[in-house]
Design a protein around this ligand. Structure first.
Ligand SMILES: *Cc1c(COP(=O)(O)O)cnc(C)c1O
Length: 366
């Protein structure tokens, strides 16, 4: 006999999750919208990716290739990787979730830093794991502080490099030092969603570290520089034993046919990638500098977005600036949920968008 009062309960941890709130995609009616809230590409995808997407419409009745074979081969060719060590997913969010669900037992700890990408907390709690949040230094991951929090319950360490929303990164020697300090049964997850944008000699996405160890996995996405966020395509590169485990847990057709076609065409179009990298290199520097000249602090970023700080840390000024910008069509991202109430995150946009934000901020401050 069931008790009339009882209801199905989610497992412990689930109700502690604050559901992810995506960046806004609306400004105000009648004003041209510049969406700078989700680090999407202002240039959009490769024309070849669009054509491949459209062509996929001819075969909607067939299931896609559940193994993402052609896409893995194209990624392997681009990065010099064995396709057998690649797994694709419905966005890298899908893969991060898979990793947590595959490796975390209830009570296991997952370590990530104070202002890390919010998805790590969600995935950890959803898997019954315990989030262990490590303070940062100058809005940058602190390797020593992270290593100090490793316990015999630690199972996974999530590191976004560069991190979103701070835009800061760890030089590769620091990533190596982090890895060297971890027990061999702790999985180090290198989330390199913004790797293509980074123009630093001391940065590496993590390919070499994955290849030379048994407890590191790197995740990547087509949502940012490839301009395919709507298609939801992510991938990871990992040791055979990790890929094997993830392949058992993933849903059988976790990348749809149009996404497979678009992603494969996108990664083969290196010219489009080069244009997107050059655009960001130019406008990241220009926009950061122009906003600093207005008297606002901008955290040095290596990604396709910047974190702009407003003087009062209680967040009133940042919220006012956000409203002022939205009324003019510039939709940035409030980052209070990341522990940064006094800041706004701005995606580097088109020239028109970047100049527009600078002009609007000048009017706001003036
Ligand atoms: C945008 C982003 C992702 C990518 O998510 P997708 O699911 O691939 O769209 C992953 N990690 C970080 C840190 C990001 O900012």
């Amino acid at each position: 006999m069931s008790n009339a009062e009882s209801i199905p309960l989610p497992r412990p941890g689930v109700m502690e999750i604050a559901a992810y709130i995506p960046g806004r995609s609306k400004a105000v009616p009648g004003v041209k919208l510049y969406k700078l809230s989700s680090n999407e590409s202002p240039l959009g995808p490769s024309e070849k990716a669009k054509q491949a997407y459209l062509a996929a419409a001819a075969k909607l009745e067939d299931y896609p290739d559940g193994a993402s074979t052609e896409l893995r081969e194209a990624i392997g060719a681009m990065h010099g990787l064995n396709p057998a060590n690649i797994l694709c997913g419905n966005g890298s969010d899908d893969i991060l979730s898979l990793i947590a669900h595959t490796y975390l037992n209830p009570g296991d700890e997952a370590i990530f830093s104070e202002h890390a990408f919010l998805v790590y907390r969600i995935d950890t709690l959803a898997s019954g794991g315990t989030p262990v949040v490590v303070p940062e230094k100058n809005l940058t991951v602190d390797v020593d502080a992270m290593l100090a929090r490793v316990s015999d319950r630690t199972k996974v360490v999530f590191l976004a490099n560069p991190n979103n929303p701070t835009g800061t990164y760890l030089p590769f020697e620091e990533v190596r030092r982090l890895h060297a300090g971890l027990p061999s049964d702790v999985l180090l997850v290198l989330d390199a969603a913004y790797a293509e944008y980074v123009r630093r000699n001391d940065y590496e996405a993590g390919i070499e570290l994955v290849s030379s160890s048994r407890n590191v996995i790197m995740t990547r996405t087509f949502s940012k520089i490839y301009g395919l966020a709507a298609q939801r395509i992510g991938w990871c590169y990992g040791p055979a034993h990790v890929i094997d485990a993830l392949n058992r847990v993933r849903t059988p057709f976790n990348v749809n046919a149009a996404a497979l076609a678009a992603g494969t065409a996108a990664i083969r179009d290196r010219d489009h990638l080069d244009v997107a990298v050059a655009h960001n290199e130019k406008w990241l520097a220009w926009t950061s500098e122009a906003i600093r000249e207005l008297g606002l602090d901008v955290t040095p970023s290596v990604g396709n977005f910047i974190l702009i700080h407003f003087p009062d840390e209680d967040g009133k000024r940042a919220a006012d600036a956000d409203t002022f910008l939205v009324n003019r069509g510039y939709v940035l991202r409030q980052v209070a949920a990341y522990g940064l109430p006094g800041s706004l995150r701005m995606t580097i946009g088109t020239e028109e968008a970047n100049r527009g934000v600078v002009d609007a901020l000048k009017a706001f401050l003036g």
